[in-house]
Design a protein around this ligand. Sequence first.
Ligand code: HEC
Length: 126
Amino acid sequence: MTPILPGRFAYLTAATLLLALAAAGCSKNGDQSSQTTAQSVTSPAVAAGDAARGKQLFASAKCTSCHGANGVEGGVGPTLKGEKARKNYVQTIAQIRDPQPPMPKLYPDPLNDKDVQDIAAYVQTL
Ligand code: HEC
């Protein structure tokens, strides 16, 4: 009787391990798919933006109407002063490309990838 119990126990342990491995495998796949999503958002951001051009676009795209003439005054939208500490360059690009209302979605029209990169580069300087 005694030799059987450890045997069964070992079998159960192996089965549990297999289940745990299978579960780990699944969550690993989940991680990979979310990584792919993050990469597809970040990869167009590899190019550095032109902050001087971004400053002009910030005004012409009317970001100023909600964030202030220089982006730091705020209004309907928050001040973007010190934005760098809240959102890095890539996160700022993501914000402009896919904002929450009331912030308008201006990408991909009228702002293209390059425009968004330039504006994000400017916002990072505030
Ligand atoms: C209609 C008003 C409005 C306009 C126009 C607007 N925004 Fe916003 N913006 C907001 C509001 C409100 C928030 C805060 C809510 C949020 O985080 O989505 C915000 C948030 C942001 C943030 C993130 C702030 C933070 O730290 O969470 C950034 C960066 C930003 N805006 C940049 C821009 C840029 C660049 C433009 C022009 C392309 C723009 N916004 C145009 C209203 C506006």
